[in-house]
Design a protein around this ligand. Structure first.
Ligand SMILES: [Zn+2]
Ligand SMILES: [Zn+2]
Length: 447
């Protein structure tokens, strides 16, 4: 399979380069023309951080701007108050889409840089619209406003509501420190709220009447520590205490409220780790005679990008946006799928999207050393430099989208590769993980 993929890649890469030739300048000019507005959108979102499903200001700023730009905008789309869909079409053809995320983190604002992701989605859509409106390209561009990425999985709800059903690919970007990466896997991630409930009692006068909820948690915490020896390097288990009953030393604690996260390289592996965690959690409840409640609230699947799209993006970026003039250290990179196990990555609800259609989530640098989810990264994400990097990224993403619209051979190869990949990564999925993809129902938009 590897050699076949390689052959397809070299053929499509050549076709891709010649296809967007001649209109890259116009596409870039259309994006640059709106740069003041895009900078304002970026700044407004960065200065007004909002948590998942509460992104009211971002929703307004983005949808108003998109409407001014001539997109057909649906606000509060798919029954999610802060989701939206903006589209523009010209004639018959394939449909390319971009995602704009815009939620922030509690306490540390836009420390994941979703203000930049939002801006890139809009700028990319403007670029493809130019090709559709004035450069003779036919098809459709769709920008989906995807709320609540950080923990509640807006894209999972959007997928269930059919937001991606009529699309041929989903393109997006995420900021980081120093890397332009075209291909990046992410880990499958599952999260649950776990509580232990016991019985309060005087810790000295009648401790035998108490049932200790804190001991329940500590028992699970310790057993997880023992289990770590059996974990693979791409597995993760992490947890926090969110709240407890009033903690005083002379009362047996009767309530502990926690959040547990489990991650693995793939959905089947995350499921294996999760099953062992369940054994640990139930054992802790038995051992301490406390009752336990497990309430799952997140199920992000591993992100398996389209290598076809990653390669196209990489080639277009190199051809049109060589950064060597701007930075001595930054370089464009692409990793082959077999060399990327997702170890140095987090998780994303774009992972779920990757099981439904070809996607990429590229990364771009905003400089500095403060990592994502650190308050220092919020400052990096708000600079003019970060905005410039975002606009460059949007330009290469727009050209990638145009290649999907224009180049039938490329689009066909992209879907063929995706179908083979889904078959491969579905091996080992258990029945209770449900129907994983829309493989059986989706329509190929090849004309
Ligand atoms: Zn984040
Ligand atoms: Zn993020």
């Amino acid at each position: 399979m590897k050699s076949a993929t390689g052959l397809l890649l070299s053929a499509s890469a050549l076709l891709g380069a010649s296809c967007v030739n001649g209109l890259a300048e116009e596409v870039f000019a259309a994006i640059d023309k709106q740069d003041d507005g895009l900078r304002t959108v970026n700044k407004e979102i960065w200065e007004n951080p909002e948590l998942g499903y509460k992104e009211v200001h971002a929703h307004k700023i983005l949808t108003d701007f998109l409407e001014e730009q001539g997109f057909n905008v649906t606000r509060s789309a798919y029954n999610l108050s802060t989701a939206f869909r903006a589209e523009y079409s010209s004639g018959e053809g394939r449909a390319v889409s971009f995602n704009s995320e815009f939620d922030a983190l509690p306490g540390i604002g836009h420390s994941c840089g979703h203000n930049l992701i939002a801006t890139i989605g809009v700028a990319s859509a403007i670029g493809v619209k130019e090709a559709l409106e004035n450069q003779g390209v036919s098809g459709k561009v769709v920008l989906i406003g995807t709320p609540a990425e950080e923990s509640m999985g807006g894209k999972v709800k959007l997928l269930e509501a059919g937001a991606y059903d009529d699309l041929d690919c989903s393109l997006m970007a995420h900021p980081g420190n120093d890397l332009y990466a075209s291909y990046g896997r992410t880990l499958a991630s599952w999260r649950a709220n776990v509580t232990w409930s016991g019985e309060a009692s005087h810790a000295a006068a009648a401790p035998w009447l108490g049932r200790n909820a804190l001991d329940g948690f500590v028992s699970a915490y310790s057993s997880t520590g023992l289990y770590r020896q059996q974990l693979m390097s791409t597995d993760r288990i992490h947890h926090v205490i969110q709240g407890t009953s009033d903690m005083v030393a002379n009362i047996i604690p009767d309530f502990v409220d926690t959040v547990w996260g489990v991650r693995g390289k793939s959905r089947p592996r995350a499921e294996q780790v999760r099953e062992q965690l369940f054994r640990i959690l139930y054992a802790s409840s038995n051992a301490t005679n406390t009752s336990i409640e497990i309430t799952p609230f997140q199920d992000y699947w591993d992100q398996n990008p389209s290598f076809q799209l990653a390669q196209a993006y990489y080639n277009l970026q190199k051809e049109y946006l060589d950064p060597s003039e701007d930075s001595e250290t930054a370089n464009f990179t692409i990793t082959a799928p077999e060399d990327d196990d997702g170890e140095a990555s987090a998780s994303s609800d774009q992972g779920n999207v990757s099981w439904f259609l070809p996607v990429i989530q590229v990364s771009f640098p905003v400089g500095g050393t403060a990592p994502v989810h650190n308050a220092g990264f919020r400052e990096l994400a708000g600079t003019d430099f970060a905005h410039e990097q975002a606009i460059k990224t949007a330009k290469a993403l727009a050209l990638t989208g145009i290649q999907v619209l224009q180049n039938e051979t490329f689009a066909e190869a992209m879907w063929t590769e995706w179908e083979a990949m889904i078959k491969e990564i579905s091996v080992g999925l258990s029945e209770n993980m449900g129907n994983s993809t829309r493989n059986s129902t989706r329509k190929r938009h090849v004309h």
